[in-house]
Design a protein around this ligand. Structure first.
Ligand SMILES: *Cc1c(COP(=O)(O)O)cnc(C)c1O
Length: 226
């Protein structure tokens, strides 16, 4: 089985690049459960998906010791599909979404770990908060009331470019912000320790700037079939 060894080989290769402080989120969106199972058999337990219903279906079919992260844009009306089991939502960019995650989490008697997504790329189409919006949100009364939310850190995507200096600069900004807030223990409902940045083409740059979670799909599973 050639494909089997490919997925396993890629996972081993990436893990060799990771320092002890960083973990691999294997991004399995649009890939079938069989591919996830191959990664699972190679020892991978942490997976990322970007659609709520797809994630729910995969959760139901696959082993229960998988840690599922949600990494895509999450619509408020889809939170219910993943609230019972999701380990970390990387892509929160509004107080409205946080409130719904909080509401669903309380229903299941859970606290759901979340990252705030920050927009650092030049492209205007991507989601995310500015650094100022992020700070304002964390300092708001509304946020302080969300007792079923724990903000674990931040997520970002760099510009899609070959300009390494540009990517480095964006990751550096995120890293600096992350380290500032990590050292500020006065914010309620937070335990800031995660910085999610870096994908197939730029994860080595992200690691240099202190990423603790890298989200890698294509390098492991190949091109996505839509
Ligand atoms: C798809 C996706 C990834 C993985 O991208 P690759 O280039 O396939 O490694 C990472 N992060 C997010 C938010 C994604 O949607």
């Amino acid at each position: 089985m050639k494909s089997n060894s490919h997925i396993a080989t890629q996972i081993v290769k990436i893990k060799n690049d990771l320092p002890d402080t960083a973990r691999l989120v294997a991004v399995s969106k649009f890939h079938p459960c069989e591919a996830i199972k191959e990664a699972y058999d190679a020892g991978q337990r942490l997976f990322g998906e970007s659609r709520a219903q797809e994630l729910k279906e995969k959760y139901e079919q696959l082993p229960k010791d998988i840690e599922w992260h949600f990494i895509g844009h999450l619509q408020v009306n889809k939170v219910k599909y993943i609230a019972p089991f999701v380990s970390l939502v990387h892509s929160v960019d509004s107080i409205g979404l946080l409130k719904e995650i909080n509401r669903q989490a309380s229903k299941y008697n859970r606290t759901i770990d979340c990252l705030l997504e920050i927009h650092v790329a030049q492209e205007t189409t991507k989601y995310g908060l500015t650094f100022d919006e992020c700070t304002t949100l964390l300092q708001s009364e509304e946020f302080a009331r969300l007792e079923h939310i724990r903000i674990k850190g931040f997520m970002g995507m760099a510009s899609y470019t070959d300009d390494t200096a540009q990517i480095e600069q964006e990751f550096h900004q995120l890293g600096t912000f992350f380290r500032q807030l990590r050292d500020d223990s006065s914010i309620p409902n937070t335990d800031i320790c995660e910085l999610s940045m870096g994908m197939s083409h730029d994860y080595l740059l992200a690691l240099k700037e202190g990423a603790t979670l890298v989200r890698i799909g294509t390098t492991i599973f190949g091109e996505r079939i839509y």
